[in-house]
Design a protein around this ligand. Structure first.
Ligand SMILES: Nc1nc2c(ncn2[C@@H]2O[C@H](COP(=O)(O)OP(=O)(O)O)[C@@H](O)[C@H]2O)c(=O)[nH]1
Ligand SMILES: [Mg+2]
Ligand SMILES: [Zn+2]
Length: 310
């Protein structure tokens, strides 16, 4: 039998089959995966094969299909093993707002760079359009144009008024989705607007997690009533906290990536080097100055507004 892991407790895994049947599975004996040392060999989002046992409500996982991507949390100790939070994510949606609270592009760009590093397709949702001033609307339009041109689909919605929600449903349908963003941007409200049957993380938010504490809580995948899944993970705050090597950051900006081989020096950091193709593109207006500013911030590892998000 084949299925997708929708919940894990560390020793048991709930696997959902294509026919939406749930099966309690465990792993048999020593189970190793090549490449990474992990504290959990199977994670939420994994596609697995299992052998049903007894009446068929239980089973044993026999194989795990290769992952297209995965998010990890490094262990606190220095052993190099990592905890896989979730695998095979179809899209990370950065939930943002132009107003109340205003999401900085520094924050958006850090999450985009992280998504690039994890090989997770990303998109941006601007919520609360019902309260935008005309100035805020203009800002929203220009950011949507910018990010769309970089290959990140962008949406404007109002969870409260319901506008744009159907369009969003259409892209979430049948996919494994992850929402991330600052507290107060309306993630819970939006999830409720999308699927009133989903009873995940509404209202209160984890001041507990935002203190940077490590919890043993595992991620969970909630089926959407219209098809697909929403990943719910308390560990996601660490999503944007990946440390990047200087060299790597430029490669995670799609508009830089296309130019990198034109820089005179192949270890160019695009800051002060002569013959830099990125600086040239910045000067002639084909690279957005705000994106470049945020690139410098990441390069200097500045705190780009990473506090208090989920
Ligand atoms: N005006 C307006 N308020 C919203 C919208 N979405 C959420 N809110 C409000 O913003 C606040 C935070 O929403 P919540 O869903 O808890 O945000 P979360 O912390 O990202 O989960 C709540 O008071 C919501 O009622 C929206 O589209 N328009
Ligand atoms: Mg919330
Ligand atoms: Zn350069």
């Amino acid at each position: 039998m084949k299925g997708i892991v929708v919940k894990s407790t560390g020793s048991w895994y709930i696997v959902m089959t294509n026919a939406n049947k749930l099966c309690n599975c465990r792993l048999k004996g020593q189970f190793r995966i090549h490449g990474i040392r992990t504290t959990n060999p199977v994670a939420v989002g994994d596609h697995v094969h299992f052998k049903p046992e007894g009446t068929g409500d239980n089973g044993v996982i026999t194989t795990i299909e290769p992952r297209t991507n995965y998010i990890v949390r490094r262990s606190i100790n220095l052993s190099k093993s990592a905890h896989i939070i979730a695998a095979n994510i179809d899209c990370l949606y950065i939930v943002a707002s132009i107003m109340l609270p205003r999401t900085s592009t520094g924050f958006i760009d850090r999450l985009l760079v992280t998504a690039e590093a994890y090989h997770i397709p990303a998109a941006i949702i601007f919520n609360k359009i019902d309260i935008y001033t005309s100035e805020a609307n203009d800002r929203c339009d220009s950011l949507m144009k910018l990010y769309t041109s970089l290959g990140y689909p962008s949406f404007s919605v109002s969870a409260l008024a319901g506008s744009g929600v159907e369009e969003l449903k259409a892209v979430l349908r049948g996919k494994v989705n992850l929402f991330s963003g600052h507290s107060g941007v309306g993630k819970s409200a939006l999830i409720n607007a999308l699927d009133p049957l989903l009873s995940i993380k509404t209202g209160e938010i984890s001041s507990y997690h935002s203190k940077g504490m490590h919890t043993t809580t595992f991620a969970e995948m909630h089926p959407l009533s219209f098809g697909g899944f929403m990943i719910d993970t308390p560990g996601i705050k660490e999503f944007g906290l990946v440390h990047f090597e200087s060299q790597e950051i430029g490669e995670r900006f799609p508009e830089f990536r296309a130019l990198l081989h034109n820089c005179k020096y192949n270890n160019c950091t695009h800051v002060h080097e002569p013959g830099c193709a990125v600086k040239l593109a910045l000067d002639n207006g084909s690279i957005n100055p705000e994106r470049y500013h945020n690139y410098l911030g990441l390069l200097n590892d500045e705190n780009l507004d990473t506090t208090d998000y989920e």
